[in-house]
Design a protein around this ligand. Structure first.
Ligand SMILES: [Zn+2]
Length: 429
């Protein structure tokens, strides 16, 4: 087909036109252009193959329903459907967001553990909200994500195949990310198969290698269709399966996984052992729902602190001592805030969120407090109230103090804090 030229006008379904400015890129499905509408710039994805009216109507419906979270670069407007061709408009992706596949190739690295955990949280939450809206994504793979290396903020693109449950637009997904039952042709993509793909993405985000690619795959000279069915479909074996060591990662090939696996807390490893063990592989309904992944990464964030060497490290709240992953310094057993099921390590810079301090909230992004050090005496630490609520602190001598917004609870063993009705935290050793 002919490509659009600068200043070509394209009609929108809702009326009005957009003006083509520049070709930005080209993929298997279409061409992406920089376009202008009412003086504002957007990206236009234009399909270069024939599209069905069903596909068009599905996108139209998704636009009407709106994006599940702000992480999605969601379609905003459709062009007019003409001779089986059309395009849709979305927000432009800022340059600071880098392709997830570049992280996997180590062309880009996360600035910190916190940034990586934030990315995992955002991806888990985005798919939770997507599924809550009754959609499945159907084509989850490493090409869908753009991540800010410093903040861990995520943008999810290629949302064209998102469809309500039970509806399939003919896409099966990308082999290394598909659930085994999709690889084997037993089912079409759905929310359970999305969950499998999500666990693959999360594993790769943390460990930088594929969970099913170990020495079995390294040993085959070429990836035939038959091999793909075997390794990703009929007999996938997790590279860290505790009961089956036939597919362990290979040094020099899967070095990232070998180096990173030991540094993560056991509860993180257990989640992946479950995801890629017999439960996660053979029983799709037993796969961890997205809100469980979200809780898991909140827990990991609660245990992540910055060592005096400048690097971040994990603290085991139940261990007598934890050592820095970078400089190996002993960090002892810091005090912790026990609230609900959470144990937030109390350490300068650490934050609490609405999911810790508000009643019935699982909001993981809304900061409610921060651990600060006294300027004149850095050995005195406190929890600053960054919420709009007034907290009630009970001191070890049983006196009570109101802690209004911006005020500080001293961090001392035995202090308890009533954050909200039914939400009481205690500072413990
Ligand atoms: Zn250190």
């Amino acid at each position: 087909m002919k490509e659009f030229k600068q200043n070509d006008k394209i009609e929108l379904k809702v009326g009005g036109t957009i003006t083509v400015k520049l070709k930005l890129g080209e993929g298997g499905q279409g061409i992406v252009y920089l376009v202008e509408m009412n003086g504002k710039q957007y990206a236009l994805k234009w399909y270069t193959h024939d599209c069905t009216k069903d596909f068009y109507d599905n996108l139209d419906n998704n636009i009407k329903n709106g994006a599940p979270t702000e992480s999605f670069l969601w379609p905003q407007f459709l062009t007019v459907w003409k001779e089986k061709r059309f395009g849709y408009i979305m927000a432009l992706r800022p340059d600071e967001y880098k392709d997830f596949s570049h992280f996997l190739l180590a062309k880009v690295r996360f600035a910190s553990l916190s940034a990586m955990i934030n990315a995992a949280l955002q991806i888990s939450n985005a798919f939770r909200e997507l599924h809550r809206k009754g959609y499945s994504y159907q084509d989850l793979n490493d090409g869908n994500f753009f991540i800010h290396p410093t903040s861990g903020e995520v943008l999810i693109c290629d949302n064209d195949n998102v469809a309500p449950y039970g509806k399939n637009l003919g896409i099966a997904g990308k082999c290394r990310y598909m659930a085994p039952e999709v690889v084997l042709g037993k089912t079409k993509p759905n929310a359970d198969t999305d969950r499998f793909s999500l666990s693959v993405i999360l594993f790769m985000l943390l460990f930088n290698n594929h969970p099913l690619e170990g020495k079995l795959i390294a040993a085959v000279p070429c990836m035939t269709e038959e091999n793909e069915r075997r390794f990703y479909g009929s007999t996938p074996i997790f590279i860290f399966d505790p009961t089956n060591d036939t597919n362990r990662p290979v040094m020099g090939v899967h070095t990232n996984a070998i180096r990173r696996w030991p540094i993560f807390p056991q509860f993180v490893k257990d989640a992946f052992i479950h995801a890629f063990g017999s439960d996660g592989i053979d029983e799709p309904h037993k796969r961890k729902p997205e809100n469980e992944w979200q809780k898991l990464f909140v827990k990991l964030r609660d245990q992540t602190v910055k060592c005096s060497c400048g690097n971040e490290t994990f603290i085991n709240p139940d261990a007598a001592d934890s050592r820095c992953l970078n400089c190996n310094k002993s960090l002892g057993k810091p005090l912790q805030l026990s609230v609900g099921r959470s144990k937030v390590i109390l350490w300068p810079g650490q934050k609490t969120y609405a999911c810790h301090t508000k009643s019935a909230s699982d909001h993981y992004r809304e900061i409610s407090g921060e651990i600060i050090q006294n300027k004149n005496n850095p050995s005195l630490w406190g929890l600053r109230n960054l919420s709009t609520d007034t907290w009630i602190a009970t001191m070890p001598d049983n006196t009570q103090r109101n802690i209004k917004s911006t005020e500080v609870v001293p961090i001392l063993k035995g202090v308890s804090v009533m954050f909200a009705s039914g939400v009481k935290g205690e500072i413990l050793e």
